[in-house]
Write a protein that binds this ligand. Structure first.
Ligand SMILES: [Zn+2]
Length: 228
């Protein structure tokens, strides 16, 4: 595998395309890779059921399979900047859970998130409006930091906003999808939130889950399921 210590800014689009083409040649011609991948392919072909649907952020520098020590095919990945839940992302989550049988949805944020940092500095352009608006609401939900500290250079503020954004994304999924609500109600599915600490590799889980959120946001479910 090539080192990632390359300055992408100094490359041309053609140069990046060539790097990817060469990488695929190495991938195809590396017997070590080939053997491992064949074994993994046999395992995943037999199963074809992703255990979990993971919504993570596009600028996270590691894949969920590596963080959670899972194999190819175990995780149904939806990766968008700021783990955005647009209609198509939500449709992908519903497909993973209702059709492929995933038992867990995870909203996975991370520290040092450039997308959150951009929102903290009110940076938005082009088609980012929907994403920016969702992040703006997460910024408003952060009430600990005084006005002078509400910018991307304040790492504590950025981390607090990232945490709020994970919780708000979880709530958004519950509020937007009756399919997911019903699967959670039937106890065939749960939803959790997590923060990946880039500095250490440690995952910190949020202190709530989909069942608690469902009971809080839709009390009728709590009445129907008093054992929660
Ligand atoms: Zn990010």
């Amino acid at each position: 595998m090539q080192s990632s210590h390359r300055d992408g800014q100094s490359l041309t689009p053609e140069g990046v395309f060539k790097l990817l083409q060469e990488g695929n040649e190495r991938f195809l011609n590396n017997p070590h890779h080939g053997r491992i991948l064949f074994q993994i392919w046999q395992e995943t072909e037999a199963r074809r059921k992703p255990l979990a649907a993971v919504l993570s952020c596009s600028d996270m520098n590691i894949s969920p399979e590596l963080i959670f020590d899972q194999s190819m095919g175990d995780i149904f990945n939806i990766r968008l900047a700021g783990h955005a839940v647009c209609a198509d992302a939500l449709g992908s989550v519903e497909y993973a859970c209702a059709s492929l049988g995933s038992k867990l949805i995870m909203v996975l944020g991370h520290t040092h998130c450039s997308t959150v940092e951009a929102a903290c500095d009110d940076i938005s352009f082009g088609s980012m409006a929907g994403l920016t608006e969702r992040l703006r609401l997460s910024i408003l939900a952060e009430t600990e930091t005084l006005p002078e500290g509400r910018h991307s250079k304040n790492k504590r503020f950025v981390k607090n906003v990232a945490r709020q954004h994970i919780l708000r994304t979880m709530e958004h999924i519950i509020q937007s999808s009756s399919i997911i609500r019903e699967l959670i109600e039937q106890e065939d599915l749960n939803l959790v939130g997590a923060m990946y600490e880039i500095e250490t590799g440690k995952i910190t889980f949020m202190g709530t889950d989909g069942r608690q959120m469902l009971a809080n946001l839709f009390p009728k479910y709590a009445r129907q399921n008093s054992h929660w």
